[in-house]
Ligand binder design. Structure first.
Ligand code: SDX
Length: 431
């Protein structure tokens, strides 16, 4: 970042001396006002619950232009990565800053596929859960537990430790997500097959059984790989900010990623894909397309507490580019499976059409986000609704790690410790 010619001057109506604050420029996107000295010079904090106007860090990984509906990973548009690269290429790009050449690509793919197994003891963690435990509860536990097995990669300030922890997490997440699924359906865990692709291996561990060979469907394999790419990173969203804040205390990478999984679970964030599919199924059950108008009235009634899940975004005030790509993937998968007439997909497209023509949504710039169509394509592939956010966590792990590593390599980073506007009782004595 570089100092801008522009400066910010803060003046106070109560006659306190005005304060000059430096403005910094990035390579693209909004400039920032550096307020680090504000409290020291004014005795005041800034106030920004939800961080609507706050940059928490500088980053070179992902850039979003919410007005244009643009998403770049290390400068490459998501539309190009989703069509010209695979997920492991995207992992390499997010972690190292450049796309791999042929040798780097081959070495990285081999490295990741060499770490796909988890310690045999890990399976005993699952036995502690009820069979109907939500997979995100299981994953939060399993990922945190990884730190108990890999003492040679828990020193977050050691670059070698961070490197091997990154590979272990990227490699083992699919195995752990598939184990959480198998445990829930009462089937035996499937060991990874390293001759398969990353996405193919995941499909095999999810839907294969020891009783017969599992044949990976290339259309579903490609669709899943694209879903992973679309979810890989997204600037300083809630779960990424959680990972950064958690990692800033110096805790190990596995614990920091487990914190990210826990945050992603929420329906306002990564849990929206599960909530969106449940919402579409509810509308379907209550009359389908004929009832969409009635549902929309509920959404627009503030007292109903009903939101149109899969719509709206803190940053995108235009169409989420990932939603467009996800809709295309939906078409491909449903066609492959002979489900073009899937009533839920037809319903989703109708809901989108009605919403995009409705003033309530237009005025608030509410568009479909990544979660609106992802549930439909995952359901068609056979992934249970409760596992949708687990898939999101699987894909987002590389983004969390890249952001965590970037923070740790930043000489300016400190432990995150926000302040507050205190509105409670002043000092008083116990009677
Ligand atoms: C993800 O941050 C990221 O990058 C996240 C993510 C990533 O890749 O990491 O993109 C993944 O989390 C996508 C978002 C998934 N969440 C949902 O689909 C849940 C539904 N969406 C909303 O909860 C909401 O849109 C948020 C949480 C996504 C964004 O909320 P904001 O930015 O805090 O906006 P807001 O709640 O202040 O809404 C502004 C207005 C309000 O109305 P008014 O008070 O102005 O009258 O829009 C309304 C809101 O009531 N609104 C909605 C709505 N979203 C916002 N009304 C109905 N349905 C919705 N979905």
């Amino acid at each position: 970042m570089k100092l801008a010619d522009n400066k910010a001057t803060l003046s106070f109506s109560n006659g306190s001396p005005s304060i000059e604050l430096p403005v910094y420029q990035g390579s693209i996107g909004p400039d920032v006002i550096d307020i680090r000295k504000l409290y020291g010079q004014s005795g005041m904090f800034t106030y920004d619950p939800g961080f609507l106007s706050t940059a928490s860090c500088q980053s070179a990984i992902t850039y979003i232009d919410g007005d244009k509906g643009e998403l770049l990973y290390r400068g490459y548009p998501i539309e190009q990565l989703a069509t010209k690269c695979d997920y492991l290429d995207t992992c390499y790009l997010l972690l190292k800053g450049e796309l791999p050449n042929a040798t780097e690509r081959d070495d990285f793919h081999k490295l990741v596929l060499k770490h796909t197994m988890v310690h045999e003891q890990m399976q005993f963690f699952l036995r502690g859960f009820r069979r109907d435990a939500h997979p995100m509860a299981v994953l939060t536990g399993l990922i945190g537990a990884l730190s108990a097995f890999y003492h040679d990669s828990t020193d977050i300030n050691n670059p070698q430790h961070r490197e091997i922890a990154a590979i272990r997490l990227i490699s083992k997440l699919p195995t752990l997500v598939a184990m959480a699924y198998k445990y829930g359906v009462g089937q035996p865990f499937m060991y990874p097959r390293n001759e398969l692709s990353y996405a193919g291996n995941f499909l095999h561990m999810m839907f294969g059984t020891p009783c017969e060979d599992y044949k990976v469907n290339p259309v579903l394999e490609k669709a899943l790989d694209r879903i992973f790419i679309l979810h890989a990173d997204h600037e300083q969203n809630a779960s990424t900010s959680t990972v950064r804040l958690c990692g800033s205390s110096g805790t190990n990478p596995f614990a920091a990623i487990a914190a990210g999984v826990a945050c992603l679970w929420g329906p306002a964030h990564g849990g929206a894909n599960e909530a969106c599919l449940n919402m579409l199924e509810d509308i379907q059950r209550n009359g389908g397309i004929a009832k969409v108008g009635e549902f929309m009235e509920q959404v627009k009634d503030k007292n109903s507490g009903v939101k149109l899940m899969g719509f709206g975004h803190r940053v995108y005030k235009n169409y989420d580019p990932r939603a467009k790509l996800m809709q295309e993937t939906c078409n491909e998968v449903l066609a492959e499976l002979g489900l073009e007439k899937d009533p839920l997909f037809a319903l989703a497209k109708q809901v989108e059409k009605i919403a995009l023509e409705d003033d309530y949504f237009v005025q608030r710039k509410l568009y479909p986000n990544v979660d609106f169509y992802s549930g439909i394509v995952q359901r068609a592939i056979g992934i249970p609704v409760s596992l949708f956010t687990g898939i999101f966590a699987l894909a987002r792990t590389v983004g969390w790690i890249a952001q965590l590593n970037e923070m740790l390599a930043d000489p300016e980073y400190k432990i995150g410790r926000p302040r507050q506007l205190f509105t409670g009782s002043p000092r008083r004595d116990v009677p």
